[in-house]
Write a protein that binds this ligand. Structure first.
Ligand code: BGC
Length: 757
């Protein structure tokens, strides 16, 4: 059954030419159509034989396929079919490399085809609003451009292999606390500039087969039944043509959800919701056309169903996981060229994570890895001594473990401490309450650093951990985040210099949790989380409010050095620019460099972040090699979301294009003037007097008439006067000074302003 429907669907042009053409699914009885719109079990849609539709399996990803074939659960506790665990999004974010994301997407697609999965759920492109979010390891970045470009690349790679993606969790799902109920209260500009653009880019650039709605409410309305999000923004503005799938168990009101634009409810609710749909149609409370609309979209997913392929190359995918993981880790500090380690150098490897690697996060994305590399084995060529230093569950005699590690460190030239968070410390389903490393590990690092000649710390954690209390005591820090099943060997490749570190931070490492922009409002209270920091998320906050951080967004070192030169910025039209520059590898070994292009401006009527990432690119350069790069900045690179216009507006004014080594370190910059958009604001009687006078169409005429009606000498005073009365709404102004501005004249000017819009 699956095969027949599948093949016809897979080759669309074959459809409708045989004598056995299946009927249009919308002509089926209502009960069958309703059945198609929810899962038949935990992971699949029901087959509809009458319409030749096979069952469609949707399982988790996105950094590996999690196909459960027996018992199932949504939190990754039960077994799934072995698959390669590629670097999770937290690592891919740090790669700043769409090629890494695309190759992971493609490899996951190949494995999904082999395992018989037509839709893999992911990627997640939610923004890291707080380092505490328990699911940050599944998200790419604190910046929407970086998250969107990487998410789109992943979807492109996966769908190129014929496997549908499901970009998630739409939208404003930035915490796990009360994730199924909390209302994310976010203003319009912040949604548009921070929380929606990554989804927009994935949808418009990569056309995912499905979008998964979030559990939470957005401004009081469940995302699963949010018409503005699911229909007006997603479909009408962005042109999404696929199916909207609920997060597992996210549907609250089935009829409201269908009407809002949610097509497929997952998982099965044993038919309860289907009956509600049937009853609503029969009672005239739901238009059957709404059901048909979703039936068409869900039926289209059947085109992705194919016969499974003949397996995948486990070794090749493991090697790929290793290569890509090495492109993700971030070298934060490397005083005195402590790294790379040199052959023959006496090395002490310390920390349980060297032997028992932490390489993925807990919850629905948990992959049953085909194999796991540990760094201790991978570093065997250096013949290191080893001491575990601590236990993952905090059991055992911490002092004795520490003393053993210190003794090993004392005898070595370099001590490499593998520290981090254990799986139980962070996961889907709950948020962290601290960014600190476990106290025993902090004590261990300090003790080792005091005894060792030189100390390197390698961190494994799904999100930011604080470096305070030990950072200044150590010589080098390599942030691995979570690198997937080959992370251990990839870390060894970086530590020994077989590969140049080229990751850059996709999230700021703050000095204190209290400095984080959402500190006072995360994770909310009494059912609401107020996104009070607005657009000032991550580096936008630290750079604008000049809050010092330990390491800024975009920071990352290499074993070689790079120089940026020849920066030129040319405007293209009223609201665009091209940026060209040259990058040279000035060191004596090959390396990869990330060019970061930011835009800084104070133009326009809204408070802008100090700078915002607007383009980036990663280049490979041999020692001494140079290359030229060009970036096109379109109008969105300069625009703000204007809540009055309900649109993107490029304000006329000056824009400084900056090349940054990070969000905090500007290497070079050029300022251009943009003519911007010719916005004629609406004028009403609620508009302020200042808005009336400053209006490009009505202002001059109004001012002339107004001054003519004033007593002699008032003309000279009009500046000061304007300041005093400027904030009065015109309606109240006319109540006081009616004779100065006749109502008929105001009506005429309002009409003129409207006509000019
Ligand atoms: C998660 C989704 C996941 C789904 C299915 C939910 O709890 O939020 O990301 O795809 O479960 O496992």
């Amino acid at each position: 059954m699956a095969g027949a429907g599948t093949e016809a669907g897979a080759h669309g042009q074959d459809r409708g030419v045989t004598a056995t053409t299946p009927p249009d699914p919308t002509t089926l009885p209502l009960e069958i159509k309703a059945r198609l719109l929810s899962g038949q079990d935990f992971w699949s849609t029901p087959p509809v034989e009458e319409a030749g539709l096979p069952s469609v399996v949707l399982t988790d990803g996105p950094h590996g396929v999690r196909r459960q074939q027996g018992d199932f659960d949504r939190i990754g506790l039960l077994e799934s079919v072995p698959a390669t665990c590629f670097p999770p999004a937290v690592a891919v974010g740090s790669s700043w490399d769409p090629e890494v994301a695309e190759r992971i997407g493609a490899a996951v697609g190949v494995e999904a085809r082999a395992i018989g999965v037509p839709v893999v759920l992911g990627p997640g492109v939610n923004i890291k609003r707080s380092p505490l979010c328990g699911r940050n390891f599944e998200y790419y970045a604190e910046d929407p451009l970086l998250a969107g470009v990487l998410g789109a690349a992943h979807v492109r790679g996966q769908q190129r292999e014929g496997v549908g993606a499901s970009v998630k969790h739409f939208a404003a799902n930035n915490q796990e606390t009360q994730r199924m109920q909390v209302s994310a209260d976010v203003d319009e500009r912040t949604l548009r500039e921070i929380y929606l653009p990554a989804f927009e880019r994935v949808v418009t650039d990569a056309r995912p087969a499905t979008v998964m709605c979030a559990y939470n409410k957005v401004n009081g309305v469940y995302a699963s039944q949010h018409r503005w999000l699911l229909t007006e923004v997603l479909r009408e503005e962005w042109g999404f043509r696929g199916a909207v799938v609920s997060d597992w168990g996210a549907v609250d009101d089935r009829v409201a959800a269908l009407e809002a634009g949610l097509d497929l409810q997952m998982p099965s609710d044993h038919g309860a919701g289907n009956q509600v749909v049937v009853d609503a149609v029969r009672a005239g409370r739901l238009d059957e056309a709404v059901v048909d609309r979703s039936v068409r979209r869900v039926a289209a997913l059947a085109e992705l169903v194919r016969e499974p392929t003949d397996g995948f190359d486990v070794d090749a995918h493991h090697a790929l996981a290793r290569e890509l993981a090495a492109a993700c880790a971030v070298l934060l500090k490397n005083d005195g060229d402590t790294l790379p380690l040199t052959p023959g150098q006496p090395v002490a490897v310390i920390g349980e994570f060297a032997r028992t690697p932490r390489f993925q996060g807990g919850g629905s994305s948990h992959v049953n890895a085909t194999r796991v590399d540990d760094a201790l084995t991978a570093l065997a060529g250096l013949a290191p001594t080893f001491a575990p230093g601590f236990t993952l569950d905090g059991s055992g005699d911490a002092a004795a473990l520490r003393d053993e590690a210190v003794a090993a460190a004392r005898d070595a030239d370099v001590a490499v401490v593998f520290a981090g968070l254990a799986e139980g410390d962070e996961s889907e389903g709950f948020d962290r309450s601290t960014i600190d490393l476990p106290a025993a590990q902090v004590q261990l690092i300090r003790a080792v650093a005091a005894a060792a000649h030189r100390t390197v710390v390698v961190l494994s954690a799904g999100s930011v951990v604080s470096l305070e209390g030990w950072h200044d005591d150590v010589d080098a820090v390599l942030a691995g985040f979570l690198l997937g099943q080959a992370g251990g060997s990839a870390l060894a490749d970086l530590l020994t210099g077989a590969v140049d570190p080229s990751g850059r931070l996709a999230e700021t490492i703050p000095l204190r949790l209290q400095d984080t922009p959402s500190y006072l409002t995360f994770p909310g209270e009494q059912g609401h989380v107020r996104y009070g920091e607005g657009v000032m998320v991550g580096y936008r906050h630290y750079e604008t409010a000049e809050v010092p951080v330990r390491y800024p967004f975009g920071h990352g070192l290499s074993y070689t050095t790079f120089q940026t030169a020849d920066l030129q910025v040319r405007t293209t039209g009223d609201a665009g620019a091209t940026v060209t520059l040259t990058v040279t590898n000035t060191g004596d070994r090959p390396g990869r460099h990330v060019v970061q292009v930011y835009v800084a401006t104070t133009a326009g009527p809204v408070r802008r972040p100090a700078r915002e990432l607007r383009a980036f690119g990663k280049v490979s350069l041999g020692a001494g090699e140079s290359t030229s790069l060009a970036f096109a900045l379109d109008r969105r690179a300069f625009a703000h979301w204007d809540v009055r216009e309900h649109d993107w507006v490029v304000a006329p004014g000056e824009y400084t294009v900056q090349i940054g080594a990070s969000a905090a370190d500007v290497l070079d910059e050029r300022t251009v003037t943009l003519a911007g958009d010719d916005v004629v604001p609406e004028l009403t009687m609620e508009s302020s007097v200042a808005e009336w006078f400053e209006h490009p169409v009505a202002g001059r005429q109004l001012l002339a008439g107004f001054l003519a009606a004033m007593p002699d000498g008032a003309a000279e005073m009009h500046e000061g006067m304007l300041q005093m009365i400027g904030s009065m709404p015109m309606r109240r102004f006319t109540a006081d000074f009616g004779s100065a501005v006749p109502a008929a004249e105001l009506d005429r000017l309002m009409a003129a302003a409207r006509a000019a819009r």
